[in-house]
Design a protein around this ligand. Structure first.
Ligand SMILES: NC(=O)c1ccc[n+]([C@@H]2O[C@H](COP(=O)([O-])OP(=O)(O)OC[C@H]3O[C@@H](n4cnc5c(N)ncnc54)[C@H](O)[C@@H]3O)[C@@H](O)[C@H]2O)c1
Length: 369
């Protein structure tokens, strides 16, 4: 099999799908790896680093897409890349299709097999989403703290306060991987932290990790409205795997928030989890917008900003399946790693994953390999 790794073209996306050690592993297992010239530069990896482990450097994205049996990348194909989609091609990347009907239509029309990192589920874990969620949770607090400062249009609040002055009030919706990472950083910085979730076990776990440091609240519309209205910084991290994010923070609640407070909607990649951010992703070049005096940060590829960290964490998690597909084909890889099946979103012109079919109003078809 030929695996192609194109350069990412999303705004300020510096990650690349695989690091040299991973490419070396693929090549040693008889897989041909084509890498677009300069694809690793944003992560500090030169073409020579790849050539030294047996990859072929290709000048154009077009050639990588055309020659590869499987495209292994970080983010979903953008419109400029739709022309490369063709019958039989496998795409292995973050796709977040529930919020992207246009891409679903293209994948179906062109009969592409699309494997979304974010829906690969092993037990109750999402092993290919987890490493980037760890990073996004940490970054969410960092970015939120920045936009709370006056020069960035914020309230002018220091997250940790000082002796005699209260710290900021941080509200985190969702106590999963992003929520836990964000809690760790926000508590570490000395903020007052409230975490909401519908999963009481997740809240219990956090409560036990940070006894007396955080408040936990069951997530329902009343508790969300109350907590969010009084927050300086809200970090929304909810996920129903594969599905469009639920709109938990209502417009009326935002109207009640203090001027200059900040909402970081990490769940924007699944369509957005507030009335205001829904369908309004921002980019690293233009990360925020204001509505009702509140700053909204809704960057859909937060870890792309720290590519030297993210690329390695992502490659560590994803290469095992890329290698299995490259060596044994998709069917063989699923026999070896049954959880890979849950990653398949479209196959042979059909949507084969329930959450995406429901949210994009497509018929759900059975996966028949
Ligand atoms: N913007 C980015 O760059 C970026 C990067 C990484 C992850 N993400 C996104 O962040 C989101 C969270 O990822 P994760 O790995 O933490 O997921 P996770 O599954 O670990 O956690 C999600 C949590 O949301 C909770 N939840 C579901 N419905 C809820 C509700 N009504 N109220 C409160 N909580 C609710 C779940 O119980 C769970 O604990 C996903 O959409 C993921 O794609 C975005």
């Amino acid at each position: 099999m030929i695996i192609g790794i194109p350069k990412e073209i999303k705004d300020q996306e510096s990650r690349v799908a695989a690091v040299p050690a991973a490419v070396s592993d693929l090549v040693k297992h008889g897989i041909e790896v084509l890498i677009e010239k300069g694809a690793g530069l944003g992560s500090g990896i030169s073409d020579k680093d790849y050539e030294d482990v047996g990859a072929k450097i290709i000048d154009s994205a077009k050639e990588v897409w055309e020659r590869a049996d499987m495209i292994y990348k970080v983010k979903e194909p953008l419109e400029e890349e739709y022309k490369y989609l063709r019958e039989g091609l496998i795409i292995y990347a973050y796709l977040h299709l529930a919020g992207n009907e246009k891409l679903v239509d293209e994948l179906i029309k062109r009969k592409v097999t699309a494997i979304g990192f974010e829906t690969v589920q092993k037990g109750n874990k999402l092993p290919l989403l987890q490493p980037m969620s760890e990073i996004a949770g940490r970054m969410a607090v960092q970015e939120g703290a920045r936009y709370l400062t006056k020069p960035e249009g914020g309230r002018g609040i220091l997250l940790q306060g000082v002796p005699g002055v209260r710290p900021a009030n941080v509200v985190i919706v969702g106590a999963g991987t992003v929520g836990t990472a964000a809690t760790r950083i926000a508590v570490g910085m000395g903020a007052r932290v409230t975490v909401l979730d519908i999963n009481v076990d997740a809240l219990t776990k956090l409560h036990n990790i940070f006894p007396d440091k955080i408040e936990t609240l069951y997530s329902n519309p009343i508790n969300i409205d109350e907590a969010v209205s009084g927050a300086d910084l809200v970090i929304s991290t909810v996920l129903i795997p594969g599905a469009r994010a639920p709109q938990l923070v209502r417009e009326d609640t935002v109207k009640n928030m203090k001027e200059g407070s900040v909402v970081v909607d990490v769940a924007i990649d699944q369509g957005g989890s507030t009335d205001i951010t829904q369908g309004r992703p921002t980019s690293h070049s233009h990360p925020v917008f204001k509505e009702y005096g509140v700053t909204f940060y809704a960057v859909a590829n937060i870890p792309g900003a720290v590519a030297m960290t993210s690329t390695y964490a992502l490659s560590n998690a994803t290469t095992v399946y890329a290698k299995a597909i490259g060596e044994e084909g998709l069917k063989g890889a699923i026999e070896k790693f049954p959880e890979l099946k849950s990653g398949i979103n479209t196959y042979d012109g059909k949507v084969v994953i329930k959450s995406v079919a429901k949210d994009t109003k497509h018929e759900l078809c059975e996966l028949n390999l």
